[in-house]
Design a protein around this ligand. Structure first.
Ligand code: 6PG
Length: 242
């Protein structure tokens, strides 16, 4: 498995710019190869700047949105209009701004009972991808080393068969729906966006010490044949002056 590429940008805005540029490049390759592009969006707050950037010039018009198929790496178990919904954040920042057909947006239905939502989404991923994966999977990282909704010491980390599972997260006392590491690792490109000094120490551990994946789940992410790109700001890279 290839060594990850690490890109350090000065600010969160520059991280969004670099990620947008990379997504358009990946889009162009996929359209050339197969006439469509599949992109799994990350939740949380970090990717919001990226989504807003993709929805604006020049990137917006560099993409034929009718050829883009959007998925979600994970979702909270809430309705799509809930303040905590990853879909709602993506819809407000990107999906309601660009001319992407509704049918091209594949939402995890967080309003359903968790197991039902996960089963439904796993079947959708199987139908859409078979044994392949997404062209690009966007991920974030929590300061505990979680990614998507793969949290430390949770059952989803041990999933080897399903593409999507419901995962109970004791520290949050809540259920989540998440793509699994085996499915994420089938991607042609996994792009991890990390910003802020609060994540610097965890990020250093992940990149330099190779800690136990059960305690640092993002260590499970290692594309089988695709590439892994970390795009971080100077603060997360520990380069900010004290
Ligand atoms: C979620 C995300 C999650 C996120 C990290 C980082 O549903 O919360 O998918 O994995 O990427 O928690 O979140 P921030 O970007 O808000 O720091």
């Amino acid at each position: 498995m290839a060594e990850p590429l690490i890109k350090v940008e000065p600010t969160p805005a520059a991280v969004a710019e670099e990620a947008a540029r990379r997504i358009v490049a990946a889009y162009e390759e996929s359209i050339e190869l197969k006439g469509r592009f599949s992109l799994a969006l990350a939740g949380g707050s970090t990717p919001k700047l990226l989504y807003e950037r993709l929805a604006a010039e020049p990137y917006r018009d560099q993409i034929d949105w009718t050829k883009v198929h959007v998925y979600f790496g994970d979702e909270r178990c809430v309705p799509p209009d809930h303040a905590e919904s990853n879909y709602r954040m993506a819809r407000e920042a990107l999906l309601s701004v660009v001319p992407i057909p509704l049918d091209n947006v594949n939402r995890m239905r967080g309003e359903l009972e968790p197991e039902a939502a996960a089963r439904e989404y796993g079947l959708l991923l199987k139908e859409h991808f078979g044994d392949a994966g997404c062209d690009v999977v966007l991920l974030g990282m929590g300061d505990d080393g979680h990614t998507a909704s793969l949290f430390p010491d949770t059952a989803a980390l041990r999933e080897t068969e399903h593409r999507c599972v419901a995962n109970f997260v004791p520290k949050l006392d809540t259920w989540r729906i998440t793509m699994t590491a085996p499915f994420i690792n089938r991607a042609w490109q996994v792009m991890v966006l990390v910003t802020g000094a609060g994540k610097a120490e965890r990020l250093r551990q992940v990149l330099e010490e190779k800690p136990d994946p059960n305690q640092t789940p993002i260590r499970l992410i290692d594309p089988e044949i695709g590439k892994m790109v970390w795009v971080m700001d100077a603060a997360a890279a520990g380069m900010d002056e004290a």
